[in-house]
Design a protein around this ligand. Structure first.
Ligand code: FMN
Length: 186
């Protein structure tokens, strides 16, 4: 029998690392799980207005998001614990280096194999949150995670955030084709 709860949650939540430039040109990054894709070419972020990243996005209107990976999980967690406002060299502290994107005024983290380049479309201040809607204008992907010219999730090892256990989990095996395995009922 199902029990009834007053609150719910969505899973999986992603683990995105948002990278921006500070006003003095140094890079910053934070961990964001309350985020998602909207249609084919947009995404949304739900940010606390207090974060350095939020202020940078409002100022620059451009950023990158990289997928956190199993290999870099500790560094990805670290950038979600400390603020660039208090620790200006937080990227150096966890071993992240950056290369400037050629499409947006934002850093691409060298140690994370895939980065999505984004330009802000809309910023809403609502219920104490800063909600950002952005257009995906490009992507950088290391050759090491490509198969036949496409990003191969089994090589990338992206992780998800488990909002119930408050931990990171690996994303699992391919268990069947989309728009395909259900055809057995046709
Ligand atoms: C797993 C995880 C997920 C997080 N998701 C979000 C999020 O979606 N939105 C948000 O505003 N902060 C989120 N945070 C908190 C920020 O990453 C954190 O406060 C960070 O230190 C902000 O850094 P900054 O001030 O340098 O931008 C998350 C932290 C962790 C560890």
């Amino acid at each position: 029998m199902k029990q009834s709860f007053t609150k719910g949650f969505l899973t999986p939540l992603p683990v995105f690392i948002i990278a921006t430039y500070n006003e003095n040109g140094t890079p910053n990054a934070m961990n964001a799980a309350w985020a998602g894709q909207i249609g084919g070419s947009q995404l949304s972020l739900s940010l606390s207005p207090a974060h350095k990243t939020t202020k940078n996005i409002i100022a620059n209107k451009e950023f990158t998001i990289s997928f956190a990976t199993k290999e870099q999980a500790e560094a990805c967690d670290y950038v979600g614990i400390v603020s660039g406002d208090k620790v200006p060299d937080k990227l150096e502290k966890c071993g992240f280096t950056v290369t400037k994107s050629d499409k947006v005024n934002a850093p691409v983290i060298d140690q994370l194999p895939v980065a999505i380049e984004c330009k802000v479309i809309e910023i809403q201040e609502e219920l104490g949150e800063t909600r950002v809607v952005a257009e995906i204008v490009g992507m950088k992907a290391d050759e090491s995670v490509l198969t036949d010219g496409k990003v191969d999730i089994s090589k990338l090892h992206p992780i998800m955030f488990d909002t119930v256990a408050k931990c990171y989990r690996e994303i699992g095996e391919n268990i069947g084709g989309a728009w395909s395995i259900g055809k057995k009922f046709i």
